[in-house]
Design a protein around this ligand. Structure first.
Ligand SMILES: Cc1ncc(COP(=O)(O)O)c(C=O)c1O
Length: 465
């Protein structure tokens, strides 16, 4: 036996890390990262900045897929985790101080009458809990959700998500799930009319679908339709929640009061995994109101209790978000960034679209005809690179390797690059990314040529070996 200590792990170099990834995690994932030169060992983070083993500085515009709202290693979060050093981290058979306080605070800030809270460890778990309570409270079996929507990869969450690629290998999924186009009220009403649906689950802005905003008024009208047909309205705010879109919650601008609200990602301050769903007293009582039903849906690290570190992080993250006015900062800096990106869109046809609100932003790259990359890599890229074989990934590779800016595509729409920096991002950092993008876009031909030739060459070498 040869166990690695924490200290040794922290000292490990690139080659060892790659080897262990290939042997014990995923060789395919490791190989793609290495091929695209996407692989770095980041050993320090502060605000928007990351530093690798060689001391190179990067800007993080992935932001933990929207979880690092406060920036990396916010000092108040680190202090909060130190403050609870002596407190036991998990004790279920009791009523603990921190989960009680966190549930109270979430109820204070949530829209509408969402006074009941359930804790968990991830976005998918929050969605699972939301789907389950919707069934238990309504006695109905079905769910309605949107094409291209993303709610997580556990069975229930996957069943209401919208990309076949992630679903097909696991079928049959949950029965009674209906997918409708996002933003289409008529389709929603048709699906509601059967009165079979326990809930309609929707993201206020589709994140992994490629940062898609619904038409104005959609969320409010959808919420009203759900109420008319006795179907619960679940707002999945795992990605939009806690300031990302320029308001504390993405459904706030339309004054929507959901029946159930899912949170995760930024709830743990980008430091500790934690999730939650909130619901009303009435729904809670119907589903879990008696002693007998109160423990129907729980888990070791979730339910009415949550890990002390998760609660300390979440209590502090929420406080910092409000005290540092992060939603307003996201709104102002997001508008500034979008304006700059739209200017680039006007000047460079490779940038097909720019979308977003607050600092939840996506840029869509123009399709270069089926397989420019494929042609240059004699078709290998399609098989080896999958979603990575798109122009968006080439731009992301270029941003990382030549400008040290971290970005990545959205899961359900690989043509779109997400730009989701911490909400503490500075104007200077935004300007740097705008300038970097402009340099890449302005030399479209040479950039595409070099990037594809580079990747294609590596892929061909790999195929021969
Ligand atoms: C809207 C939404 N819901 C749910 C999830 C799933 O969260 P997790 O990855 O923590 O399971 C995500 C993740 O990206 C998400 O964006």
């Amino acid at each position: 036996m040869n166990l690695i200590s924490l200290e040794e792990a922290l000292q490990s170099r690139t080659r060892e890390v790659r080897e262990k990834f290939k042997t014990h995690l995923s060789a395919s994932f490791a190989n793609i990262q290495i091929l695209l030169n996407f692989d770095r060992q980041f050993i320090r983070g502060e605000g928007t900045k990351l530093w690798d083993l060689d001391g190179n500085e990067y800007l993080d515009f992935v932001g933990g897929y929207g979880s690092v709202n406060l920036g990396h290693n916010h000092p108040r979060l680190l202090e909060a985790l130190r403050r609870v050093e002596q407190v036991p981290k998990i004790v279920q058979v009791s009523l603990q101080q921190l989960p009680a306080a966190l549930a109270h605070n979430l109820a204070q800030v949530a829209p509408g009458q969402l006074t009941r809270c359930f804790f968990c460890n991830s976005g998918a778990e929050a969605v699972e809990g939301a789907l389950k309570i919707a069934r238990a409270a309504t006695g109905r079996p079905g769910f309605i959700s949107c094409e291209r929507g993303f709610h997580g990869k556990t069975f229930g969450a996957l069943s209401v998500s919208g990309r076949a690629k992630y679903k097909t290998p696991y079928e049959p999924l949950l029965p009674g799930c209906t997918l409708i186009p996002f933003g289409d009220l008529e389709a929603l009403e048709n699906a509601l009319k059967t009165r079979d649906a326990a809930a309609f689950i929707v993201e206020p802005i589709q994140g992994e679908g490629g940062v898609i905003l619904p038409p104005p008024g959609y969320l409010r009208a959808a919420r009203e339709l759900c109420a008319r047909y006795g179907t619960l309205f679940i707002a999945d705010e795992v990605q939009t929640g806690l300031g990302r879109t320029g308001a504390l919650f993405g459904c706030e601008p339309e004054g929507v009061e959901p029946d159930i609200l899912c949170l995760s990602k930024a709830l743990g301050g980008g430091m500790v995994p934690v999730g939650a769903y909130l619901t009303t007293e009435e729904i809670w009582k119907k589903a879990y109101g008696s002693f007998d039903t109160s423990l129907l849906h729980t888990s070791t690290f979730g339910g009415y209790w949550s890990n002390t570190l998760a609660c300390a992080a979440a209590l502090t993250a929420l406080q910092v978000t409000l005290e540092e006015n992060l939603p307003a900062r996201a709104r102002e800096n997001g508008a500034y960034f979008l304006e700059g990106l739209n200017r680039l869109k006007g000047a460079y046809p490779l940038l097909k679209d720019v979308r977003g609100r607050g600092l939840m932003i996506g840029i869509e790259l123009a399709d270069q005809g089926k397989g420019l990359l494929s042609k240059l890599s004699t078709g290998i890229s399609e098989r080896v690179a999958g979603d990575f074989g798109q122009v968006s990934s080439l731009v992301a590779v270029e941003l990382l390797n030549n400008y040290r800016v971290l970005t990545v595509y959205t899961l359900n729409n690989p043509a779109v690059i997400r730009l989701q920096p911490p909400l503490t991002v500075t104007r200077e950092e935004l300007d740097y990314v705008l300038e970097s993008l402009e340099q890449i876009l302005s030399r479209r031909k040479s950039f595409l040529g070099t990037a594809t030739a580079g990747v294609g060459g590596i892929l061909r070498t790999r195929k021969r070996s």
